[in-house]
Design a protein around this ligand. Structure first.
Ligand code: NAD
Length: 508
């Protein structure tokens, strides 16, 4: 039995077959667009086929979703929370299966696959509580017998376009919040992870059906750029939440802005870890390993730049080179594997080209630097000594490549940290309060996630997640991110019989 067939047995248990309709529109499964194969990055064998969405499927889905939106926005928020609670329970019951599917189709190791689905469950829990706390406020009015208040209303429909590297978690950040806020969701997952899109949608659809809500509240479409563009252009979609590269995100932002839509962007990162001379070196080394090698360097929060104080430079590097030797590379579903494959053959080619560019710009490969000859898309975890000003350092090479560089003063280290176009995550290793508070303050790191003594990746859902500059400025998941999924109504109510005007204006 081939690997693909063995995995097929497991897929049946979560409702997937050899050929799967990839659109859930108007409460029905279909797909009248192209038929595509989804492949296992560990061996490039086909797992299953998927029928993608056509523009007709899209249109049918959007019509039904617009109708469903009238019902959903009038459903009381705590009742919407109850539906999200049930979605969380449905996910819990299939946690292992879904985690395995994420690992199989995306290529991340199994604990990370399961962790990603757990993140969606955590988001469901967070959103259930939130469904009773979408609080507005009452503001003192300057006019007698007047009352000012802020109300939060649903936007209507939220479009969610997601990237391959977190095929389920990013949906969770957006959909859980969007749903409790009273919005219908239209989701387009990445074209190379359609089985995750379908399996997640099936669980949501079952919950909606069981509670007699229209399935169109959650509309899901497998497809590529064409469907993504349709979402960006569609005036029926009030907010487009886009996760992906800065290049595509920029185009999506322009399209959505042209129609005065709202856009929430979670784009590329180029994250740094600074290690000060007083740092706990072991803690720093373990953190760098997880941050640079985890998910084969395919996290938006992957550490790509390691900025070391000159006095501990060689010590940290020696420890890192030692632990890099012990990284077990292999099938992401196998116990003990730390580094799985890159997601596609194209990613592997981009890695190879990237290494050539690095060398041509003076980068010195200290370990790794090659693809691993195999059926899959495996590459070596790589450390490169390079100048922080090299052009290649300013770009996000989506793989396990870590650039190391030296600094002498904190100011210099912060300057290097802030010298790239992206602004997602950063971390410093130190125990000195004066350094910590400078780092998190106005003269410190310019990223959205600013950590101390932990890796750049592995964020908790309770905080607002996102980054500045070319990372797009969006904030998702916890804290007050929910406000972006709602329309704020500032209401002034006159309960008297006079008409006093603001700013004391007397108008005749
Ligand atoms: P990508 O930009 O190639 O694709 C992202 C999504 O956009 C996919 O669903 C794709 O089909 C769709 N798309 C492609 N062209 C489109 C178009 N013209 N209009 C609308 N949609 C279109 O990104 P990717 O390779 O899937 O993901 C990797 C990137 O995502 C990295 O840059 C990574 O840093 C970033 N990312 C960021 C975050 C974050 O939170 N900041 C999280 C995950 C991934």
């Amino acid at each position: 039995m081939s690997f693909a067939k063995k995995e097929y047995e497991f897929l049946k248990e979560i409702g997937l077959g050899p050929k799967n309709p990839g659109c859930y529109v108007n409460g029905q499964w279909k797909g009248t667009g192209p038929v595509i194969s989804t492949v296992n990055p560990a061996n490039n064998q086909t797992i299953a086929e998927v029928l993608e969405a056509s523009t007709q499927d899209y249109e049918e889905g959007m019509k039904a979703c617009s109708e469903a939106s009238k019902i959903w926005m009038q459903t009381p928020a705590p009742k919407r929370g109850e539906i999200v609670r049930q979605i969380g329970d449905a996910l819990r019951s299939k946690l292992e299966h879904l985690g395995r599917l994420v690992s199989l189709e995306m290529g991340k190791i199994l604990p990370e696959g399961i962790g990603e689905v757990q993140e969606v469950i955590d988001m469901c829990d967070f959103a259930v509580g939130l469904s009773r706390q979408l609080n507005g406020s009452i503001i003192p009015s300057e006019r007698p017998n007047h009352m000012m208040l802020e109300m939060w209303n649903p936007l209507g429909i939220v479009g969610v376009i997601t990237a391959f590297n977190f095929p389920s978690a990013v949906l969770g950040w957006n959909a859980c919040i969007a749903l409790v806020c009273g919005n219908c969701v239209v989701w387009k997952g990445a074209p190379t992870t359609p089985l995750v899109t379908i399996a997640m949608t099936k669980l949501v659809a079952e919950v909606l059906e069981k509670n007699n809500f229209p399935g169109a509240i959650f509309t899901s479409l497998c497809g590529g750029a064409e469907i993504g563009q349709a979402i960006a252009k569609d005036t029926r979609i009030s907010l487009v939440s886009f996760t992906g590269s800065s290049k595509v995100g920029q185009m999506v932002r322009q399209t959505v802005s042209e129609r005065y839509g709202k856009c929430l962007l979670e784009l590329s990162g180029n994250n740094a870890i600074i290690v000060m001379d007083d740092a706990d070196i072991q803690l720093a080394t373990r953190s760098v390993l997880f941050a640079a090698v985890g998910t084969a360097g395919q996290r938006c929060t992957t550490c790509r730049r390691l900025i070391l104080h000159e006095s501990i430079y060689q010590k940290v590097l020696d420890q890192l080179l030692e632990v890099y030797k012990q990284v077990k590379i292999g099938d992401p579903l196998e116990k003990g594997t730390l580094l799985g494959p890159l997601h596609t053959r194209d990613s592997r080619e981009r890695f190879e080209k990237g290494i050539e560019i690095i060398k041509s710009q003076g980068g010195k490969i200290l370990t790794g630097g090659s693809v691993i000859e195999s059926e899959g898309n495996f590459v070596q975890p790589t450390i490169v000594e390079i100048s922080p000003t090299a052009d290649v350092v300013k770009e996000e090479l989506f793989g396990p490549v870590l650039y190391v560089m030296k600094f002498q003063t904190l100011t210099e280290a912060i300057e290097i940290n802030n010298s790239v176009p992206q602004g997602l995550s950063s971390s410093i290793f130190t125990s000195k309060p004066e350094i910590i508070f400078k780092w998190i303050g106005p003269q410190g790191s310019d990223t959205g996630i600013v950590n101390v003594n932990i890796p750049t990746n592995g964020a908790e859902i309770g905080g607002a997640f996102g980054g500045e500059k070319a990372t797009g400025g969006g904030r998702e998941a916890g804290s007050d991110s929910w406000k972006q999924y709602m329309r704020r109504a500032t209401c002034t109510i006159n309960y008297g019989s006079e008409l006093p005007l603001a700013q004391g204006i007397n108008f005749g």
